[in-house]
Write a protein that binds this ligand. Structure first.
Ligand code: MGD
Ligand code: MGD
Ligand code: SF4
Ligand code: MO
Length: 884
């Protein structure tokens, strides 16, 4: 743990880039955060989320002690109950009647013991993870092609490539530091960039070509590319003959399709496709990066193999600047795969279907049993909870009531489940609300262990804060339950280092080069060496001094004949759709279900409300106005969000961020709409392609409020975001409100005992009402309602929460804006320096015509750089507007 003033080297807990962080606890209890200049993922840089980590460490919302049925309990009682109920359920109904649902945000050591308990001691495969929603199609694609779940390349490949293709990846927002490395390389070597995504994302700012394909048009694009590569003679015959099998069968599928058929299935015009094909064919150093636009699809595994086929065909794999590159999402998606955390894998990249692998793992663990078949994958697992086959489930470090498809059914399944244990760091989430037993986990900054990033680099996460309250490490509580279930010896780990040593030893056990994942060189690290462990890339085989960190340049695949396999990828059947397709994904400054990033007003200011982006013509067709509220509906459910009309969105599809939960909005959990359709090979749900419709929400009134305490609104639409000193919220009702004062009192969380001073203004003609409540000079809350949008400054009102309110300030407050200004500053673009869109637009209007010029004037974009692509876009849009 870090003494005050001493920096601790650790890893960022957000995305799979896996940046190194220097955390320095300060005298005043705060922690200063900086990028670790020595870390080979980020060399000192951090993005907006990483830079704001210090603001997410407060204990405000933390779960600090165990609970049973909502009442505080001792650790002994909670663990006894968990172990007893699991053991009894297994005794009565067999090992497959229980399940663990865990997370790519656990440390490798947490993950290792969870998998060991389920597969080796309970003897069931029923352990799956949110990586099923994230990486499963990549895992399946890798295993089909390589015989192992191997990412062949390294980050430096993006810098050494002459062409980088981003397929279904919004790198600028989701892997910002890797994006910045690419931008820097492009500035020096002129790297060409192609983005393949139905929407024009922030990553398109650096794209030479943007293929705005139809949803799921990817297989068509890469089939077309394979055919083009063959026709233009771009085959690496030596490589294909020596190191691969199955090329003909894959080519056969591609050859049968005409260019027109390809273009139609891809949803882009043939000329644009050919431009892309020619660029790819003529550039040897090409890296094809892919992420959720590829994985989260009913054709996800085929998309992955269609991409890999093109790289195998040209031998462009495992050499500097070349290869397919699966960008992992979570900080430890890779570590989870290494320990075999998915239901269809075994530890250390061994295969559950393989009897020798099973015997090897069982022997190594000296375990009484070993799961002999794959367990239920996430969607099937929650289905089994719903229909009563699974009777006890332990959810660790994930929020499935928000993040699983058909999320209302997941909620209902957990409501009906006889026994639910949840381990989390936050007290109130949509999932903790359904737990019989709640176990408080240590959070980032308190935890200790390792994570592996997208380029197979293992980095230590180190503690720099003491565990607060009664929190316990995830690995420790899993071992505690295992011990109580009768497996004390196999789970008697003293610390994370001891688990890591066992994990490393298993990776090398009877390996001899037969398996890709091998970190045997680390199996004997002492506790001190583990503490000091510098970031290290695998493989790290025993006795190898300088291991090669790329795979497959010279073949050596992990299939039985050591050859890489081409996989034929037929065009997916595309259902005819009259309506819209609901696409979902991420925002620059939010992390998943907002339990941590939602704590900081600075990050929330980039997008304080849930929204739906749609094309102007789609909006016009259903009478939706920009900035109005809309109902987005699917077969499964409905949400209410703000409409954002933009031609960056393709016709026929709409985009809603995945982040909002019941904590932050009345009705914006987008996965309540998502269908549970899955990829037949990987079991990964198609979270980006749900048929949906959109209609305007007919509100009787609309409003805005600020308040000091967490608000408790009761109306059809609300969305809340923290600001300094309290909260801001947008509101709308479907019914007229009979009594605004009691409504406002309820929003502000006032009780009968509170007697604030009220100041009111109302306008009969327009129906506008403005109310503010004060305790002395402090503002308790202010609300502005009316039939339409009020001309108020949201930023001014949010800042009012920190200001004293004498008589004059009260009048000004009810006016809703500062004396000199009429315009609102808009939403935050640069979250490091809190620079709002309105201010930037003004500066562009005054002649700032480059990102640098804006930076020089306003500082915006000069720190973490995450907003630079948005600044660039604003300059473009200004130029366009001027040209018209
Ligand atoms: N800011 C931020 N960063 C994150 C995260 C976060 O929550 N916030 N989460 C992390 C995690 S766990 C993950 S998995 C990654 C995800 O990183 P990304 O995959 O880059 O992010 P998404 O926004 O989910 O989706 C990427 C793109 O896929 C596109 N898409 C949709 N359908 C299709 C299709 O059929 N074909 C193609 N080619 N594209 C399509 C979407 O329009 C979207 O722009 O981000 C990681 N980084
Ligand atoms: N529609 C739609 N849905 C999606 C996606 C999408 O693109 N579109 N993406 C999918 C993907 S790729 C992913 S990865 C998932 C992510 O979805 P989730 O995993 O459900 O999202 P998180 O908010 O990251 O949930 C992590 C939970 O663990 C808690 N936590 C944080 N640290 C710790 C810890 O150290 N220990 C414990 N025990 N708990 C901790 C947090 O408070 C939070 O409640 O969402 C998936 N769902
Ligand atoms: S890119 Fe940002 S979120 Fe991802 S690891 Fe680095 S600092 Fe963290
Ligand atoms: Mo993910």
């Amino acid at each position: 743990m870090g003494a005050t003033g001493c920096s601790v080297k650790t890893a960022c807990p957000y995305c799979g880039v896996g940046c190194g962080v220097l955390a320095t606890p300060q005298d005043d209890g705060s922690v200063s955060i900086a990028g670790d200049p020595d870390h080979p993922a980020n060399f000192g840089r951090l993005c907006s989320k990483g830079s704001a980590l210090g603001e997410t460490l407060s204990l405000d919302d933390r779960l600090l002690h165990p609970e049973i049925n909502g009442a505080r309990a001792s650790w002994d009682d909670a663990l006894d109950l968990a172990a007893t109920r699991f053991s009894e359920t297994i005794a009565q109904h067999g090992p497959d009647s229980v399940a663990l649902y865990i997370s790519g945000q656990l440390l490798t050591e947490d993950y290792y013991v969870a998998n060991k308990l389920m597969k080796g001691f309970i003897g069931s495969g029923n352990i799956d993870t949110n990586s099923r929603l994230c990486m499963a199609s990549s895992v399946a694609g890798h295993r089909r092609a390589f015989g192992s779940d191997t990412v062949p390349g390294v980050y430096a490949d993006l810098e050494e490539a002459d062409l980088v293709v981003l397929v279904g990846s919004n790198l600028a927002w989701c892997h910002p530091i890797l994006y910045q490395r690419l931008v820097a390389a492009r500035e020096t070597r002129g790297t060409k960039v192609v983005v393949i995504d139905p929407r024009e994302t922030a990553s398109c700012e650096i794209a030479d070509v943007h293929l705005a394909i139809a949803p799921d048009g990817d297989v068509a694009v890469f089939l077309g590319l394979l055919a083009h590569l063959e026709q233009s003679g771009q085959i690496d015959r030596d490589y294909v003959e020596a190191h691969t099998s199955g090329a003909l069968a894959a080519l056969d599928v591609a050859r049968k399709l005409s260019r027109e058929e390809i273009a139609r299935a891809a949803g882009v015009d043939a000329a644009q496709l050919v431009k892309f094909f020619a660029l790819w064919a003529s550039t040897e150093k090409v890296v094809t990066c892919y992420s959720q636009g590829v994985n989260q699809s009913t054709s996800g595994s085929d998309k992955v193999n269609a991409i890999i086929n093109c790289h195998l065909f040209t031998g462009r794999i495992g050499r500097p600047g070349m290869g397919p590159f699966s960008l992992t999402g979570q900080p430890n998606a890779m570590g989870g795969r290494e320990v075999g955390g998915l239901a269809n894998m075994l530890a250390a990249h061994m295969q559950i279907e393989n009897p020798q692998d099973r015997a090897r793992v069982q022997g190594f663990w000296a375990s009484p049993v070993i799961a002999d078949k794959p367990g239920l994958k996430a969607v099937d697992m929650f289905q089994a909870v719903a229909d009563g086959r699974i009777k006890a489930i332990w959810i660790i470090c994930t929020n499935p009531v928000v993040s699983m498809p058909d999320a209302d059914s997941v909620r209902a399944a957990l409501e009906s489940c006889p026994f639910v244990v949840v381990s989390d760091v936050i007290r109130e989430t949509d999932t903790t609300a359904l737990a019989h037993v709640l176990l408080p986990a240590t959070a980032w900054g308190e935890k200790d262990g390792t994570v592996t990033n997208s380029e197979r680099r293992i980095t230590r996460q180190r503690a720099f804060l003491p565990p607060p309250g009664q929190t316990r490490h995830d690995w420790k509580m899993i071992c505690d339950v295992a011990a109580r279930m009768g497996f004390a010896d196999a789970f008697a780990f003293e610390n994370a280092a001891a688990i890591f040593r066992e994990h490393a030893a298993l990776s090398a056990h009877e390996n001899n080069g037969a398996r890709d994942f091998d970190i045997g060189a680390l199996e004997r690290v002492s506790d001190e060496q583990f503490n000091a462990l510098a970031p290290v890339q695998w493989p790290q085989r025993k006795g190898e001094e300088a291991p090669e960190t790329r795979f497959f340049a010279h073949g050596g695949f992990f299939t039985p004949d050591r050859k890489g396999r081409f996989v034929p990828t037929p065009l997916p059947l595309q259902a005819a759709r009259d309506g819209l397709t609901l696409n979902t994904g991420r925002l620059r400054d939010q992390w998943h279900t907002m339990t941590r990033t939602g704590k900081t007003g600075r990050l929330m200011a980039h997008a304080p409300e849930p929204f739906c982006e749609m094309h102007p013509m789609d909006a016009q067709a259903v009478g939706v106005m920009d900035g109005g509220l809309v109902v987005v509906a699917s077969q499964r459910g409905e949400i209410i969000v703000r409409a954002k009309i933009t031609s960056r969105q393709s016709r026929g599809s709409v985009f809603v961020p995945m982040h909002w939960t019941s904590r932050f909005a009345s009705k914006a959990r987008v996965d309540a709409l998502a269908m549970p359709a899955t990829d037949p090979v990987s079991g990964q749900p198609a979270l980006k392609h749900t048929p949906c419709s959109v209609r305007a929400f007919a509100g009787a009134w609309h409003g805005f409020a600020v308040c000091a305490a967490r608000p408790a609104p009761d109306c059809a639409y609300w969305a809340v975001a923290p600001v300094e000193g309290g909260f801001r919220l947008e509101l709308a009702g479907s019914e007229p409100c009979p009594d605004w004062k009691s409504f406002a009192g309820a929003v502000f969380g006032l009780t009968n005992a509170d007697e604030p001073e009220w100041v009111a203004y109302s306008d009969r003609a327009t129906g506008a009402v403005r109310l503010a409540a004060f305790a002395g000079e402090a503002l308790v809350g202010a609300i502005f309602v009316g039939a339409g949008a009020a001309r108020i400054s949201r930023n001014f009102l949010s800042q009012s929460l920190n200001a004293p309110h004498g008589p004059e300030a009260r009048v000004r407050l009810l006016a809703g804006r500062p004396a000199q200004s009429t315009a609102d500053d808009g939403y935050t673009i640069c979250s490091c320096y809190s620079v709002a869109s309105g201010i930037i637009i003004r500066e562009i209007g005054n002649g700032a015509d480059s990102v640098q010029a804006i930076g020089a004037k306003l500082k915006a974009g000069t720190n973490c750089g995450s907003c630079r692509s948005e600044l660039q876009r604003m300059i473009h849009e200004h130029r366009l507007a001027e040209a018209i």
